[in-house]
Design a binder for this molecule. Sequence first.
Ligand code: PGA
Length: 255
Amino acid sequence: MNKSLRKAVIAGNWKMNKTRPEAKELIEAIKPLAVGADCEVVVCVPFTNLETAVEATKGTNIHVGAQNCHFEKSGAFTGEISADMLTELGVEYVVLGHSERRQYFGETDETVNKRLKAALEAGLKPIVCIGELLWERECGITEEVLGKQCKLDFFGISAEDMKKTVIAYEPVWAIGTGKTATADQAEEACAYIRSVIAKMFDKATADAVTVQYGGSMNAKNAAELLSKPDVDGGLIGGASLKAPDFGVIIAAAKE
Ligand code: PGA
């Protein structure tokens, strides 16, 4: 991380886990571990836990995020939630374009771009996930894939909005598989993403944008991953459901 240039963000992505009482319990356990954190701490919880999470984190340094939002403001979109519905609840962050959304729910770069614009307009801080499949890495096209995703997902947004957006580099082969990218692989990809942002916008924007790593980040490997200059935090799935592990990762962001 380079904290002199940008903000480190450690975000838990709870995915489809935790009922409301369980969510409250986990947040209560995370609270003391987040005190004095030298990074932005975020918990991205299921829609049904948002209100509970906002309530439970009041007066703390823990911020609450959702895991998706729709691009329209309202209307006939059964099952969807708008960005305004999230801000009205006190939600600050929203994960967009997670590979599970892309893989299982037909999310495309085009819809990610539309959702990003809606989220920014509503004043949410988006965490946009990009990353290559194993097959794409093996074929040697990781940079092409990341470049294309940046160009499509961040199309038509201002440099100011780009600076407010967190990018999560999540190699799809590392998500929930226990296979972490090596710290060097993470650094290489995060630095490449930053170089694409510099070309699309300018160097100041690229220097300011937070680029997280995500994919089997845990209490054991976090410190090494976060020691890399272009890895500005993490988007953590499995390990964010265990308060002590998430606490170790938050602490690792202090180094
Ligand atoms: P994981 O998930 O840490 O369980 O691999 C990361 C993510 O999907 O954001």
